[in-house]
Design a protein around this ligand. Structure first.
Ligand code: MRU
Length: 345
């Protein structure tokens, strides 16, 4: 990927707007869209124009700036802004980075609530841009901590897209892969297709092909075949929410891969920033799993792939048990699932 941000605040006129890559169009079209109001930001998150836990967080932070601009002439500005924050928070339930970023904006509102509305808006924009820049730095640190764990010439399996597109830039799981590739160009990445929305096929291969990193696309059911053949030595995925005991929610299919990796004795790692860890919940049991539209499963290329009337359930994420995870790669280093409290102490 080039060094452009996946999502960024563009200063223009008095305040500016959010500019984001429309990820629903990739790989057929690379197009950026301007998001200029909080309802459009809510819809962009919900329809996955912007997706991936850290990118959703930044979208939320931008959504608060847009809401503040919309409400600037309202008499009860702060109260209405808090209502908009709740609305943005309801766009997708699983990735904790959304509520984490909204909370970061709430802290700004609380701190500067006695300033003028105009000054509050500028403080919110400043904070959103700070979060954007920090995200890239954090991912580079995750990449460097993870790179040393990967055996030379490894086949590396990843699921979904935890790349530059899922973040502001560089990526978490793909950040690890980018950092490994700099010192070992003999690696081979295996990217799972990731049904139903095909983030692996559409987005991960798009990023890796553009960076010249060797990648082989496989379908979701193929992982144990390649593991058994000895072609995969390392597995790394991202995360949407990590409970305090290390149980990890990530794209549906992740736990199947973790189970297979453990069966074949292949190390299974999660790469994620501190903002994805939710210390307020004890275990994966407490994670809300988003259920999405059944048409994501039933329809491919605008055509049904099953008989009309068939029952479909479409959970978007699953939870991988902590005991299947060898380590969680963060910007503070690599931790065992039961050591996460060390990052917060
Ligand atoms: O439904 P998505 O595409 O938002 O799901 C994304 C994932 O599951 C990613 O693996 C996760 O958010 C980590 S992104 C660095």
């Amino acid at each position: 990927m080039n060094n452009e941000k996946t999502i960024e605040w563009v200063k223009e006129g008095k305040y500016g707007y959010s500019l984001t890559i429309d990820q629903t169009l990739i790989p057929n079209e690379y197009k950026k869209i301007k998001i200029k109001d909080s309802t459009s930001m809510y819809n962009a998150i919900k329809t996955m124009i912007v997706r991936g836990a850290p990118a959703i967080g930044i979208a939320g932070a931008h959504g608060v700036c847009l809401a503040a601009i919309e409400l600037k002439n309202e008499s009860n500005f702060i109260e209405k802004l808090y209502e908009k924050i709740e609305y943005l928070n309801s766009s997708r339930p699983t990735a904790v980075n959304l509520s984490w970023a909204l909370k970061a904006q709430k802290i700004v509102i609380e701190k500067y609530k006695d300033l003028s509305v105009d000054e509050i808006i500028n403080k919110l924009i400043e904070n959103a841009i700070r979060l954007e820049n920090e995200d890239i730095e954090i991912n580079k640190k995750i990449g460097d901590f993870g790179a040393v764990l990967v055996p030379k010439g490894a086949g590396i399996l990843t699921h979904c897209n935890a790349g530059a597109l899922a973040t502001v830039g560089y990526g978490t799981a793909l950040g690890v892969i980018r950092s490994v590739y700099k010192k070992d160009p003999t690696i081979m990445v295996y990217a799972d297709e990731t049904r139903p929305r095909q983030q692996g096929a559409r987005l991960t291969t798009y990023e890796l092909v553009r960076d010249g990193i060797p990648v082989t696309l496989i379908t979701d059911g193929m992982c144990s075949y390649f593991m058994k053949k000895g072609m995969i030595q390392f597995v790394v995925t991202g995360a949407d929410r990590i409970a305090s005991n290390g149980d990890t929610a990530n794209k549906i299919g992740t736990s199947t891969i973790a189970i297979a990796a453990n069966y074949y004795n292949i190390p299974f790692y999660i790469a994620a920033p501190k903002s994805t860890i939710d210390m307020s919940i004890k275990s994966g049991e407490d994670i809300v799993i988003e259920l999405r539209d059944e048409n994501e499963v039933k329809i491919i290329n605008d055509k049904p792939i099953c008989s009309e009337g068939v029952k479909v359930i479409n959970p978007s994420f699953d939870v991988t048990d902590n005991k299947l995870i060898k380590g969680i790669i963060t910007e503070y280093g690599v931790f065992k699932p039961n050591e996460l409290h060390k990052i917060f102490s």
